[in-house]
Design a protein around this ligand. Structure first.
Ligand code: PBG
Length: 334
C-alpha cells in the first residue's frame, strides 16, 4: 500500500529534534556554567567565632576571620576560584575621612593574610572603596556635601596599597571615581606589586538593588536618604557604560565588572562584544534577596532559579559571576 501521507507536509526543520534527549541537549549546549565561573562575596567582621545573620540576606552572614577561614576552605575545596572580601566596620572606627580603610591592620588586611595562609590557591579580591569605613556611608571623601574625586582617589590608592601588602591577588575599585584605575596601577607598579590585578567596577549603576548589601556592611544608616548618583551610572544609560569600560581598560584594568547583574545583561553583552576582555557580572544583594525571599515562601525553586540565572550571565557573555549563591550552586553542580 502506498504511504498514506504525501511527503512535504511535514516541517523539514524540527528544532525540537536535538532537544529530545539529555545527551543531545548537552551536546548542542552553546554555553556551560561551571564552578570556575563563580566568585563568592563574603562579609568579614572583627572578633572571634562571630557569625552575624543579615536579615535582608537570608543564608548570608558576617563572619569573623576564624569562621571566614573555614568558609574559604570550603569554597576552595568546591573549586570556587576566588572570594571577594567586604568588611563590616565597627561604627566607632568610622570617620569622615575613612582613614581605617588604609590601616594596614584593618579587618580586611588581617582576613586576607589569614585566608592566604590557609588557602594559598584561592584568589582574594579586595574591594577598594571607602563606604564601609566612612561615617557618612559614601564611597568617597565628602566635604560640604560634595564627593571629592581626587582626594578620594588618594585615599583609594593608600587603601589598595595596604591590601596589596596584605597579600590580596586582585584589587577591585568599586567607587566609580575618575582616574582611580591609573593611580592605583601606578602605585602597584611603583611599589613592586606588579602581579596584583585590577578588576575594575567599570559599569556600576546607581541601583536600588544594593539595599541588603548596605545592611550587611552597616553603611545603610550612615548613608540615610543620600544617594550615589553623582558617581554611579544612571540606569538609563548604555553608551556611557561603554565609555567607562574603555576608560578603565585604557588606564590598566585587567578585567571589568558590570553591576548589578540580571537587569543589566545588555551591558554585559555590549562590553563583551566591544572589548573582548574578561567581564564579570555582579549578581547583587537585592537580586539574591528577591530570589531567596520567593524561595523561602515556597514560590520559586531556589537552586533551579539560581543555576538558570547564572547560566544566563554566561549566555550574555560574562566570564564569571560574583554571586552570594556561589557555594550553594557549586554544591548543586557537584
Ligand atoms: C560599594 C559597594 C556596593 C556594593 C559593592 N560595593 C554598594 C553601593 O555602591 O552602595 C553592592 C553589592 C551588592 O549589593 O551585593 N562600594
Amino acid at each position: 500500500m502506498a504511504h498514506p501521507v504525501s511527503y512535504g507536509t511535514f516541517p523539514r526543520t524540527r528544532l525540537r529534534r536535538p532537544r529530545m534527549t539529555d545527551w543531545s541537549r548537552r551536546m548542542v549546549a552553546e554555553t556551560r556554567l561551571s564552578v570556575d565561573d563563580l566568585i563568592l562575596p563574603v562579609f568579614v567582621i572583627a572578633g572571634r567565632n562571630e557569625r552575624v545573620t543579615i536579615p535582608s540576606m537570608p543564608g548570608v552572614e558576617r563572619q569573623s576571620i576564624d569562621v571566614l577561614v573555614e568558609t574559604a576552605r570550603r569554597a576552595e575545596k568546591l573549586g570556587i576560584p576566588a572570594l571577594a572580601l567586604f568588611p563590616y566596620i565597627d561604627p566607632a572606627l568610622k570617620t569622615p575621612d575613612a582613614r581605617e580603610a588604609y590601616n594596614p591592620n584593618n579587618v580586611v588586611c588581617e582576613a586576607t593574610k589569614a585566608i592566604k595562609d590557609a588557602c594559598p590557591n584561592l584568589g582574594i579580591i579586595s574591594d577598594v572603596a571607602l563606604d564601609p569605613f566612612n561615617s557618612n556611608g559614601q564611597d568617597g571623601v565628602v566635604v560640604d556635601g560634595e564627593i571629592l574625586n581626587d582626594e578620594t582617589t588618594e585615599a583609594l590608592v593608600r587603601q589598595a596599597q595596604v591590601q596589596a601588602q596584605a597579600g590580596c591577588d586582585i584589587v577591585a575599585p568599586s567607587d566609580m571615581m575618575d582616574g582611580r584605575i591609573a593611580a592605583i596601577r601606578d602605585m602597584l607598579e611603583t611599589e613592586n606589586f606588579k602581579k596584583v590585578q585590577i578588576m575594575a567596577y567599570a559599569a556600576k549603576y546607581a541601583s536600588a538593588f544594593y539595599g541588603p548589601f548596605r545592611d550587611a556592611i552597616g553603611s545603610a544608616s550612615a548613608l540615610g536618604k543620600a544617594d550615589k548618583k553623582t558617581y554611579q551610572l544612571n540606569p538609563a544609560n548604555s553608551d556611557e557604560a561603554i565609555r567607562e569600560v574603555a576608560y578603565d581598560l585604557e588606564e590598566g584594568a585587567d578585567s571589568v565588572i558590570v553591576k548589578p547583574g540580571l537587569p543589566y545583561l545588555d551591558i554585559v553583552r555590549r562590553v563583551r562584544d566591544n572589548f573582548g576582555v574578561p567581564v564579570f557580572a555582579y549578581q547583587v544583594s537585592g537580586e539574591y534577596a528577591m530570589l531567596r525571599a520567593a524561595a523561602d515562601n515556597g514560590w520559586l525553586d531556589y537552586a533551579a532559579c539560581a543555576v538558570e540565572t547564572l547560566a544566563c550571565f554566561k549566555r550574555a557573555g560574562a566570564s564569571g559571576i560574583l554571586t552570594y549563591s556561589a557555594i550553594d550552586v557549586a554544591e548543586y553542580l557537584g
